[in-house]
Design a protein around this ligand. Structure first.
Ligand SMILES: Nc1ncnc2c1ncn2[C@@H]1O[C@H](COP(=O)(O)OP(=O)(O)OP(=O)(O)O)[C@@H](O)[C@H]1O
Ligand SMILES: [Mg+2]
Length: 219
């Protein structure tokens, strides 16, 4: 299994949000997670990416243990996990180019520019490289957030309600092109979404977050 989560538990104070949660994904899987507001979708993403530390359980990515209860813990920037936040979280004072370049801080300067330009080409925003986020449409911001997450060459991509600000016609264009991009980069993707349309267009599997654990889709 490429992503293996074993009996994960996590609480905020006394409030146990994730309980004994297990999950196995293969490389290239695109899993949609559904669950009501407050069910713990964002919390699960924080645990996988390393922004929170579980109280029990373990996570392996590509056979490497990234966190386990014996205290072993790999820092977020070393996990090769990309995280696209619920609100995109682009840096407002940076241009599109700078936002994407931020994702590859360690790359030598001479390689950086052509690499960022190649990502801009993939998201079809080359002509917007000097634009600031507030001048972009929701769909364009979404694509910049995706390019920034891809810039660090992650193995796992977590997308938290990424399409909530897009209208249906834009989704129909954007999501299939994303699917092609994910296949090309051999990404294993988890997407938290309330929208059936997103799932129909993108997901290869669907699970529900219920009482802190992932369960199969009903019906
Ligand atoms: N930093 C925090 N401190 C305390 N409790 C928190 C914190 N963050 C989240 N919670 C609580 O943990 C639970 C799960 O929150 P989480 O944000 O993971 O839900 P979610 O499924 O992402 O919801 P939504 O669909 O609204 O984004 C909620 O009850 C929330 O109030
Ligand atoms: Mg959330």
């Amino acid at each position: 299994m490429f992503l293996n989560i074993e009996k994960l538990s996590f609480s905020y104070g006394r409030h146990e949000v994730i309980k004994d949660l297990s999950l196995n994904l293969n490389i290239g899987d695109i899993l949609a997670i559904q669950g009501p507001s407050g069910s713990g979708k964002t919390t699960l993403f924080k645990l996988i990416s390393g922004l929170e530390t579980p109280h029990a359980g373990a996570i392996h990515i590509d056979s490497n243990c990234v966190v386990s209860i014996d205290g072993h813990c790999i820092r977020p920037e070393k996990r090769q996990v990309g995280f696209i936040f619920q609100d995109y979280a682009l840096f407002p004072h940076m241009t599109v180019f700078q936002n994407i370049a931020f994702g590859c801080v360690k790359m030598p300067k001479p390689l950086l520019k052509p690499y960022v330009m190649s990502l801009l080409k993939e998201i079809e925003l080359e002509s917007y490289k000097d634009a600031y986020p507030h001048t972009l449409s929701g769909g364009q911001m979404q694509r910049v957030a995706i390019a920034r997450a891809l810039a660090s060459r992650p193995k796992v991509l977590l997308m938290d309600e990424p399409f909530s600000n897009l209208d249906e016609s834009l989704k129909d264009v954007l999501i299939p092109s994303l699917k092609t991009l994910f296949n090309k980069h051999q990404l294993t993707v988890i997407i938290a979404t309330h929208h059936q349309r997103d799932i129909d267009l993108l997901a290869t599997r669907v699970l529900y977050l219920e009482n802190g654990s992932l369960v199969d889709k009903k019906g």
